[in-house]
Design a protein around this ligand. Sequence first.
Ligand code: FAD
Length: 378
Amino acid sequence: MNDDPATVGAIAAGFRRLKVVDRVAESATITSFHLEPVDVGGWRDFEPGQFLVFRLPGDGTEGGVVRNYSVSSSPLRPGRYRITVKREPAPERAGGAGLGSGHFHDRVAIGDEILAEGPRGAFTLDRTSPRPVVLLAGGVGLTPLVSMLHALATETDRTVHFIHACDNGDLHALGDEVEAVARSRPGIHAHFCYRQPTERDLARKRHRGTGLVTRELLQSLLPLDDYDVYLCGPTPFMKGVFGILRGLGIARERIKYEFFGPASLLEEDAAAPVILPAAAVPEAPSVSTDGITDAAAVEFRRSGIQASWTDKAPSLLDFAESQGLTPEFSCRAGICSTCKTRLLSGEVEYFEEPLDPPAEGEVLICCSRPKGPVVLDL
Ligand SMILES: Cc1cc2nc3c(=O)[nH]c(=O)nc-3n(C[C@H](O)[C@H](O)[C@H](O)COP(=O)(O)OP(=O)(O)OC[C@H]3O[C@@H](n4cnc5c(N)ncnc54)[C@H](O)[C@@H]3O)c2cc1C
């Protein structure tokens, strides 16, 4: 990796050099990249479920593109991260692949160095809970859950149900690894569901369910219990499965989830609209609340709304949404700056440091909370 101004700037902003030490095809469309820090002191531990932020060349525009990829390896083997990337189709673009995933698949080779920041993210396994766990993945959404599975298998004797839905066996990534972990101790169950199994899949009989994940399938796989559920996958899958889980009586606060794209409403309930945080933190992030008064007044000046802050809202963005506002956002993790808002008065504190700190008088509302009364230009 050369020392061009963009690289030097990225390193100054907290990015680190990681070397690609292995590259493994996991399915027809998904490939893993094993990464080790280049510089002494370049390793950062991660919680199972967290992701790394990569600065990639993109389409040649200045600064490149920033993309997130979850760490899919065990947190108990420090020194090496594995990310597992699906090549996203982008037919409108030369090469036919998304900017970030296409770069990884088509141009990143063993020995290359890339720039990454983090680990980040609040979609993490609660390692203190004694409850049995359901890890429910759609497609490439299995990546953070595989990391959690490794931690659960090694650190605990909690019962785990790993349920992975994907199109068919050709597109099924990390299946052998998941089955090996399931065999490593009693109490871990792996179930696969193929939407459209191939003839080969039908002969192999590795999958338990066919078609979409249904209430009947989940009922047949999950004995009645008091579960912690972790959910990650494409938005339609998440919406469908979230509804089924709620219908089965699983409490909202027991379901943590992460979107790999723009966040969306998971539950539409006109009587009591609930907009759950994309970063899958129904409980407040673990930040110091020093200086935050529960009753701090938050004013949304343009909308003419004033309300009292409550620590039940993970962020100012969530709080704005709970007041019926619809500010723009994308990553909900302090990376993309889409939620940047003018702070007309008051102070905030960040529970996730923004990747690019906003200018004076601006605030990223997805990863901040008020330190006292604040007025926002919303
Ligand atoms: C917290 C988090 C963790 C993630 N972890 C993983 C992971 O572990 N593995 C993984 O594979 N992904 C993961 N992702 C998703 C990943 O960050 C990227 O979003 C994904 O790889 C697609 O990016 P891309 O640059 O390849 O595609 P992009 O270039 O961003 O394109 C994405 C899609 O949008 C369409 N599109 C783009 N531009 C246009 C346009 N101008 N007009 C019309 N359509 C367009 C493309 O057709 C394509 O289908 C994660 C995301 C988040 C937020």
